[in-house]
Design a protein around this ligand. Sequence first.
Ligand code: Z5A
Length: 210
Amino acid sequence: MTGVFITLEGVEGVGKSTNLTYIQSKLNASGHPVVVTREPGGTEMAEEIRHLLLQPRSEPVSEMAELLLMFAARAQHLHALIKPSLNAGQWVLCDRFTDATFAYQGGGRGLPLHWISNLETMVQQTIKPDLTFLLDLPVEIGLERAAKRSELDRFEVEKKTFFEQVRNAYLMRAEQEPDRFAIIDASVSLSEVHAQIDKVLAEKLGVKAE
Ligand code: Z5A
């Protein structure tokens, strides 16, 4: 028995955390308890790597080191949590996954996409999300929403053009894999975002709206 693997993606401040909780509650209510997790992180060791990656530091961070640490965290996350959960038939809901690497390290940092594809094959083998929600909005709105929060991490201090590149890379991924991606307009009110999510859950996974 294999479970269902769902991921949430989007640029800074798009509302992933807010909507992750909503999706979790919808799935639970429809009789599908989910394992909720995030990247980078999700296990004790992977969370330590997350801390290494996100904490602001004076030493310049190599783009290659950043890329490899993302995949090191992912390898551990897959090994210790995602694969065992899916193999046990559980549904897994993950805040960011490899599309974020294509978007941030590929689109944002400009690393060659075939490096990321090669690492994806090495680390994930056949594992891919069954469904990916891409919460999309103009970068300015996301940055405004995110600015209301307190401390900025090592990614959040990047300039607007960086996040534009990230957004474009996400949209390109969605265009390449339209069956897996569901693009959600995240610029509208939360209740309108929820309505779009309900529709996707019903159409793609047969989860009924209440
Ligand atoms: N990263 C990477 O580079 N490569 C990788 O492979 C991976 C990750 C996996 C950590 O991610 C960083 O790691 C991330 C990319 C990088 N850096 N950045 N940027 P993260 O997911 O932990 O961090 P984040 O992107 O900053 O997510 P977040 O802080 O959890 O933000 P969010 O989930 O998108 O937004 P939110 O907290 O749910 O919402 C933001 C605010 O907007 C909040 O006050 C909400 O109440 C409000 N909100 C939400 N929706 C609405 C609507 N519809 N209307 C009005 N207000 C709203």
